[in-house]
Design a protein around this ligand. Sequence first.
Ligand code: NAD
Length: 257
Amino acid sequence: MTGILTGKRILLTGVLMESSIAFHAARLAQEQGAEIILTAFPRPSLTEMAAKRLPRPDDVKVLELDVTDVAQLDGLAEAVRAELGGLDGVVHSIGFAPQDALGGNFLNTSFESVATAMHVSAFSLKSLTTACLPVMREGGSVVGLTFDARYAWPQYDWMGPAKAALEATSRYLARDLGKQNIRCNLIAAGPIRSMAAKSIPGFTELAEVWNNRSPLEWDVTDPGPAGRGVVALLSDWFPKTTGEIVHVDGGLHAVGA
Ligand code: NAD
């Protein structure tokens, strides 16, 4: 079978459950011919369980990776080299903010919590990318997930500035990796009912508003479209696109009231 990722080796972070956007990116990547390796946080068991539901579960290796752990990041390239020989793509599908950084507490959040949100959700795009760089092939693609950071959303609080930092980080990575012909792009997904989303108080209300306003119908229970966007950006079909943010949000970003 040939697909748009045939012959490509892809590392995906963020496969926690079947509701994870990265799970669907991994599923579609396998369907499109890629060899994949998953990283797991907080422990491998959940990711290993989810991996059993992928089209070719026996071909999936799971590595433990806390993206804030320097020792684990330092060992990542060698672990990947031993498993796959090298990489053609990396998916950053990681977000976290402490509870006091979400849910309408914006004016009172401690800097410690903001720093954690920034470290895990934004700086990690740089850390993960540079950790993988020694094994990244020329022509490779890095893809991350954002929630459109141009707007102040209800309840999203410090995840908003963290996503703004992620978006800027992606542009700077695009700037610095272009010489090696490595691209860095983001998918701005609409709301999906994943574990990360459930930790945001008021997420349900936001999700309801979405489908009332988006030009295309939006289904919060379907991470498939965002996964497709990730796979498209990993493929050779966007060879001259970098530093870009592609909206997979039913078109809501394009309309006003
Ligand atoms: P999810 O809960 O399935 O995935 C979040 C992932 O982040 C988990 O796999 C978790 O293990 C990982 N993670 C958290 N801390 C980590 C750490 N220290 N090291 C390594 N991994 C860590 O939820 P999801 O919705 O699939 O989220 C994936 C990405 O998509 C996130 O960046 C999220 O912000 C983004 N996103 C989500 C939505 C949505 O509505 N669900 C919308 C737009 C963008």
